[in-house]
Design a protein around this ligand. Structure first.
Ligand SMILES: Cc1cc2nc3c(=O)[nH]c(=O)nc-3n(C[C@H](O)[C@H](O)[C@H](O)COP(=O)(O)OP(=O)(O)OC[C@H]3O[C@@H](n4cnc5c(N)ncnc54)[C@H](O)[C@@H]3O)c2cc1C
Length: 432
């Protein structure tokens, strides 16, 4: 069995650690904060909406203590405006994973519990902010060292993969916050007039950006929503630069929502920030990108990335947290398969390429398609989903399983075949 060091204690590091412990490895997790600090003093690193198949990973590893009680979303309801003020937004509604429930479960609560339980599972928790020099020492003493530090500066130990990284600038300026009902109504009522199931709610504006509502389980407030705003830099949604706290950011978001989604005004006055949680919000920006298979440290040790350190996704299609779970579990399986052999450069490149082929490439492509103006193929898929509920289900099944839909989103012939298969090629052709 291998002696594995995991630097960073977010979802990717914890999933990796638990999966390795299940396989009998010797695992140490280095965390810059205690379980109590994760719970009480930390911001979530994202809204982290997870689809059912990603929650399955936590269940398989005995890490899921919440999903039976989650409110959860069953699919997606998208209002797609071709421009700000579009009088007739297109409505594309469909199930995700054919109606299996996903949810954002407050990651601070998840990680805090996972770190508290780590030693009872056989792992070791070291509380320390790891520096580059310390990482060098850790890598020298371990069979495998994995960097799971999210977007933290320590990630620079592993070079960026320029061939796989498409962007050199942030594509959106981001803000998010957790909200509940002011009047005491159940938050699921906000969208009750829009269909038969509780959705993840998407509002797309081709020229301004996007905003989202995701069902959420807050650590103290319970059933809530996380709103996420993706502003095109310099555009009409780009208003969060001066927000000082979650209440202020939520008021800006409500103003945008009232102005650009007037059909949602009937519940917007009922929306309030979870005041008792000063950390339940974020505002900022970063450059999406991909890192190489490993970094080489001064003493000759190697360090390999997982989760956000491996691939930093813009949150537009909710890929990052789902990738954290998948890449964490997959990497653990690969370490187990290689136990007793050398964890050398060649092995790290092979594993990194596998993660890229199975998950990373398609997740990046799905995301990148929606970060940029839609090409004709993607337009055809969206038009098909507008006219056919089975096409909409297939489009949204692609969120957790991008490999199933990316070919049609990228290639016009595949997109036309998609329309044909769903019996709407005539309608799509008529729409031009
Ligand atoms: C606004 C926003 C919304 C998002 N929404 C979604 C969504 O709906 N669905 C989805 O799937 N994804 C979403 N994401 C992405 C998701 O939150 C991340 O991909 C996910 O949290 C990555 O997990 P991670 O474990 O790799 O990193 P992190 O969650 O960042 O955890 C890494 C942790 O490592 C620790 N650490 C860092 N440096 C050190 C150090 N030097 N020493 C010791 N410990 C250290 C810190 O505690 C840090 O928090 C969103 C992101 C953002 C910004």
């Amino acid at each position: 069995m291998a002696n594995v060091s995991v630097i960073g204690s977010g979802p990717a590091g914890c999933i990796l650690a638990y999966a390795l412990l299940g396989d009998g490895h010797d695992v140490t997790v280095y965390s810059d904060r205690t379980p109590a600090q994760w719970l009480n003093d930390s911001k979530p690193t994202g809204s982290n909406y997870l689809w059912a198949s990603s929650i399955d990973i936590e269940r398989e590893l005995g890490m899921d203590h919440w999903s039976t009680n989650m409110m959860g979303g069953y699919g997606v309801l998208m209002d797609r405006s071709r421009f700000v003020g579009d009088p007739n937004p297109q409505v594309i509604q469909g199930l995700t994973e054919y109606g299996r429930r996903g949810c954002g479960i407050d990651m601070r609560m998840r990680v805090s519990r996972w770190l508290s339980d780590l030693e009872s599972r056989g792992g070791r928790l070291v509380l320390e902010t790891v520096t580059p020099a310390r990482a060098d020492r850790i890598a020298f003493d371990s069979d495998v060292t994995v960097l799971a530090a999210g977007k933290a500066d320590l990630g620079r130990l592993i070079p960026r993969n320029e061939e796989r990284s498409v962007f050199t600038k942030p594509q959106r300026h981001l803000a998010m916050g957790v909200v509940r009902s002011k009047s005491g109504r159940h938050v699921s009522e906000w969208f009750a007039d829009r269909g038969e199931f509780l959705p993840q709610k998407f509002n797309f504006y081709a020229d301004a950006g996007e905003f989202f509502w995701g069902p959420w389980m807050h650590k103290t407030a319970g059933d809530t929503f996380a709103w996420l705003l993706e502003a095109r830099p310099g555009g009409v949604f780009d208003r969060f630069g001066d927000a000082q706290d979650g209440m202020e950011a939520t008021e800006i978001f409500k103003e945008i929502s009232r102005e650009f989604a007037p059909w949602e005004r009937h519940f917007i006055d009922d929306v309030e920030y979870v005041e008792e949680d000063p950390n339940g919000w974020l505002a900022g920006r970063f450059v999406p990108g991909v890192r190489r298979a490993f970094g080489r440290l001064p003493s000759g040790g190697l360090i390999m990335p997982v989760g956000d350190t491996a691939i930093t996704f813009d949150p537009i299609c909710g890929q990052g947290g789902n990738f954290a779970n998948r890449s964490g579990k997959f990497l653990a399986e690969q370490i187990t398969l290689n136990a007793g052999k050398s964890f050398d450069e060649e092995w790290m490149i092979k594993v990194n390429d596998l993660i890229w082929s199975f998950y990373g490439r398609n997740q990046c492509e799905y995301n990148n398609i929606f970060l940029q103006p839609l090409e004709r193929a993607a337009q055809i898929v969206m038009e098909s989903a507008l006219h056919s509920s089975s096409a909409a289900d297939e489009l949204y099944y692609g969120l957790p399983h991008p490999e199933s839909i990316v070919p049609a989103l990228k290639d016009e012939r595949a997109a036309r075949a998609f329309a044909e298969r769903h019996g709407v090629s005539g309608l799509v052709a008529a729409a031009g």
